[in-house]
Design a protein around this ligand. Structure first.
Ligand code: AMP
Ligand code: MG
Ligand code: MG
Length: 310
């Protein structure tokens, strides 16, 4: 039981989140295999919810809230009145996380300081279209409004590598400690690769991408997936100069990127805030880089900045 170990709250929360994210990743695969995606339009054909979003959210929110009843947990999906499916619950704690040394400044974190931001399935549109490696499960931990820890499960990592390969992976990170399960790789030095949305583009997105004079643009799904492309050196920057992306999309990826020395801000360079009363949309857009963050900020057109206010 999570409450009974002597480890600091933050470590217990991340340890539980690693186990829960793995379970949620299993649910995401099970629903896909069932062939019954149960797609619902939340806000039009580009804002979808599937049975996997609903069940993974139930798994994460119920599992964490039972173990950490005093912690605020905000999930993307609306809670339902349905009876909880106990088979979706997970009570494990990652031993790897519990063995870690909690950074000094996070050792005394209390329940009321914490907000957990949950995107049970990031990249839903791509999930329904079979772009399975774009999908991630995101659990971000904010302390006093700052993203400090994150867990990402990528349920279909390696799915193109054939049946011999291990399917799926889980990464976690704590700012001040580092990130595990993912390695920082350096992108090619001789060209500039920018990644952005494939299903939520508009004029502002296009204008800002053009202003970065990229040699290559990777239009792919998922905020979690795109931050992973930056971390793993497949892209130099993730540029999304429009509202639409929410706090649950950025909290976990931001924390892992920051734990590795990268940077995620809005397109003006402002830090994102994650306290419990914050508005959910990242109205100032998103810019994530591993290096040269200021260069991208400097290239952002004034007309785009004027239209995308924090
Ligand atoms: P994308 O890069 O298009 O996969 O978007 C990253 C995250 O932001 C996903 O969770 C999307 O659902 C969300 N998002 C971005 N733009 C919009 C939008 N216009 N409407 C709804 N959700 C959006
Ligand atoms: Mg999302
Ligand atoms: Mg989602």
């Amino acid at each position: 039981m999570a409450g009974n170990t002597g480890a600091p709250l933050l470590l217990r929360l991340v340890a539980a989140s690693v186990s829960v994210a793995e379970k949620a990743g299993t649910i995401v695969r099970d629903v896909f295999n069932s062939g019954e995606l149960g797609v619902v339009e939340k806000g039009g054909k580009n804002d979808l919810q599937t049975q996997a979003d609903r069940s993974a959210q139930e798994c994460i929110v119920q599992s964490l809230s039972r173990q950490f009843p005093k912690v605020t947990i905000i999930g993307e999906e609306e809670p339902t009145d349905e009876v909880v499916d106990e088979s979706h619950l997970e009570t494990g704690l990652s031993e790897e996380v519990l063995k870690a040394v909690c950074p000094q400044d996070l050792q005394a974190v209390k329940d009321e300081d914490v907000v957990v931001w949950v995107d049970p399935l990031d990249g839903t549109k791509e999930y329904t279209e079979g772009f399975l490696d774009h999908v991630t499960v995101l659990i971000g931990v904010a302390v006093n409004g700052k993203a400090v820890a994150g867990v990402i499960n990528q349920p279909y990592y390696n799915y193109k590598a054939g049946p011999g390969a291990t399917l799926g992976r889980t990464m976690w990170g704590i700012v001040g400690l580092g990130a595990f399960g993912v390695e920082r790789l350096v992108p090619p030095a001789d060209k500039r690769i920018v990644t952005t949305t494939r299903s939520h583009s508009n004029k502002l997105v296009t204008e800002s991408i053009e202003a970065m004079q990229p040699d290559e643009v990777l239009r792919v799904g998922g905020a979690g997936h795109k931050v992973l492309l930056v971390i793993e050196g497949k892209a130099h920057a993730y540029v999304f100069a429009t509202p639409g992306c929410k706090k649950w999309d950025t909290c976990a990826p931001e924390a892992i990127l920051h734990a590795l020395g990268g940077k995620l801000t809005d397109i003006h360079g402002n830090a994102l805030q994650y306290h419990r009363d914050v508005k959910h949309p990242n109205t100032g857009g998103v810019l994530a880089t591993y290096s040269d963050h200021d260069w991208y900020l400097g290239r952002m057109p004034e007309s785009v900045k004027a239209a995308v206010k924090p």
